[in-house]
Design a protein around this ligand. Sequence first.
Ligand SMILES: [Zn+2]
Length: 995
Amino acid sequence: MENASEPNFVLHPPLEVSPYDQLQYRAITLRNSLDVLIASDPSSDKAAASLDLGVGSFCDPENLPGLAHFLEHMLFLGTKKYPDEDSYHKFLAENGGRGNAYTSHEHTNYHFEIIVTEKSCNEIDGKMPPFKEALDRFSQFFKAPLFTESATERELKAVHSEHQKNLQSDTRRKFQVSAALSNPKHPQSKFSTGSMESLRDVPKEKGIDTRAALLEFHRTYYSANLMKLCISGPHSLDVMQEWVCDLFSGIPNSQRENPCEVYRSIPSLREEDRGLMSMVESIKDIRHLEITWTTPEYATDVRARPGTYIADLLGDEGEGSILSLLKKWGWCDTLCSGLMEWNTYNVMSVQATLTAEGIDHIDEIVSVIYQYVRLIKKNGISLSRYEEEATLARNSFTFHEKIEPFQFVVSTSGSMHDLTPEEYISGLFLYKEYKEDLIRKVLDFITPNNGNIMIAGKFVSEKTVMKEKWYGTPYCVERIPNEKLEKWNSSACHSELHLPESNPFIPTEFDLLATPLPEGTRDTKGPNLVSKTELMEVYHKLDRSFKRPKACMIILIRTPVSYCSPLHVVLTHLLAFLIEDALMEYSYPANRAGFHYQVDQLSSGLQIFLKGYSHRIDVLLKAVVDKIASLDIDPVRFAMQKDNLQRSYQNFAKTQPYSRAMYNSSCLLEEPRWHVDDCLNALLDGRVTVERLKRHVEDIRSRAFVTALITGNILEDSAIAMTKTVQSVIKYAPAHDYEYTQRRIVQLPFRKEFFFRMDHTNLEDNNSAIEVLFQIGVEGDREQDVKLDLLSEILNKPCFHELRTVQQLGYLVFEGMRQFENVKVLYVIIQSTVADPDDLLDRIDKFLASARDEVFGCMTEENFEQYRGALEATKSQPDTSLHNETWRFWQEIVGDTLDFERKFEEVETLKSITKQDILEFYDRFIASDGKERRRIISQVYGNNHPLDKKRDISEPAFEVCDPYAFRRSFPLYPVDGLHDFEEKTNTTRKQLSGN
Ligand SMILES: [Zn+2]
């Protein structure tokens, strides 16, 4: 019985937040013990919520592995109040939103976001405000889900298809082998995702009713005291608090003790499960070494963070580190360390990728790791080192950029289990208390006798005599001999190993250089072209909106020699790898201090991206450019990176069929596009040598042009000066404007369709896939662009509902729009084990044909308005971070379109679009008799559906055999899209940007 005088909630003290944080927060506990965090951001048009249940697959019943995950799938499919299976997702879609969920060992997390156009908090015509209604629908999952018989039957297939997809994942296979090697009494040993076998067939034999078990699991564990709720929206704290009390106080509270407590007393690894070496055969050609140690729960103490302190040192990449030494010896490429956190214990790991030579030196590699552990024990534990970490963490807490509400609620609700309400925001960042004894205690677990070593690769295949039960992964395991353990326990520390020096990159100046705009106002203008010569152009925008002492820069070294043949692709790729490789030691402390950089190979040249604090970012830029100019190519590193590149090309054969289908579509449309197989051949034909690469660098320097975009807390003069540094250090000469590669897109003929079919190159994979791609046209015709966006939004959920939820063709079903350079397409993708690619095509066609009546036919004007309004709101959203804004500008710069106001102008166009317009658009481009329909059907045939069973194709459809020849037989779209020749000659290229 409810007691009327009982307060609805308990209010917690204010939260610890950064002075720069503009959001308001409130933490409360409802009378059913549900802890809630509410965040209010009136400047945002997005609202999001996430509920995290502190129970996951560890609590699966013994005889139903995967039940928690299956329940997570089932929860969305109808509740007592809203019984329609797809009504939740449909509601979210109508409001420009999305929803999802995930299950891990100890958590099940449900989340959604929507766009809030109408910020009114009152009911209008008896209808709740959208965010309240979304919360109402969401809260029903935890109060009265249906779990209907029919949905249970069908959704099992989605879970099974997910498992079929996972079968080819090396990460999951390795994980399941370590589960097999755990204490069978501890839940770590379970199979967590579920399959037909674990959730239907075996239970059936044993007379277990899976649906009844679902209901029982929900009744037992879906208790309010085990849940945390986090919501974020533009409404006031008071309003959202009232909604939460209203809607979530009714979740039952069985006052259940945290079920993780049950296995606190059970070790995840018994004495005999430690000190083992296992070998796991991989799908892809990898060479992984991993050492794991089980550490006690206090390793992740949120105030002292002893585990993180140790992992940071083990995973150091600077001079004197484990990685530095192993790289020098040519045995390792990368090495990292981290902690996996569970409630009652943790697992610390060191993971390394080995070189071909490294395989023969595993014992020595492990020995170096333990030498470093002893070094930490001896000299590495100090208050000053801890304080440096604490300073970096405090900087990142103070100056962190606004997080998207969706991301914010998901990560926060999960961590609320471990934090006090006051620390819900700060707790994940800050180091609060130096506890030397705790660090020492955790280190005591990092010993050879406690560690388990796992080697994964193809090279172990001759030794793997066992088969893992769920994934069928071949593996073997043996006890590490005592002599070896003793040696690792005592070998002397190598003289070149030493602890990191203090970090020179820690920024100390945080002043903002521009007068910040008042809160709630935004400078949405694009960057200015502030300098242009025959060697470089610089775009710059001084930030006044985000108000952080940070900067972003993207620098493209355009060169005609980046992509002119498969050999050139290989050379440019290798160069990018070697630059990053050579900079690793130097840049690691910068990375720790909050800077990030990346070098990428593009068809147009070499792209450098840097971001971080504006103070000292120029130092990092100079270092990167110095490396490019004076790259001293070490033959050992060269050979290793060449081997890495070769394996990444070869492993491409093992990518998932759906992404292979997408890749094949690109090969038909993009000119130029060198196929990965041709690049592999070029890599192997003997021409790729150190000498040749040196010549390639000279070739780049002989003809290049730099385009730079610099944004954030940096003045115009400094931006120009930094770009000039690039020029003066690299010392390159200009090329003719038209020498640079500009990728162009094939213009498909109307009323034709082209099939590209292949057998999946991974013979073990049962999955087949299809991408059906409708070419629409060049972007820039505002009306056409927004009609496509809107059509895609409207089709999205019905497509998923029909092809996945109802027909259960496979776990991966997507519909959307994407862009090849400046050309837009609408696509539908399915990956499936149950239907062959021809059948999939029929199903997609049938869905699209019925959509005209079933989706649009029964759509009311009001309903359509909702979709239109939601898209309008999405497009008028200002960018949430400097990073996002910078990349949006960059796309306009490299695409040579300079249409920086695009999305805001699209909003205006969108206002006048009607349902009739969308129907006409559909009839023109998508309908089977559409006058301008043209499409590519890219099919990949998996193991279950051999290619020789494919259906014959007849006109107006054609089968493509050679993508290169295909591209040559069609005209290409103009590079500049809608700017026609006359317009182009009458305006200079950069006129749009102004000053
Ligand atoms: Zn799932």
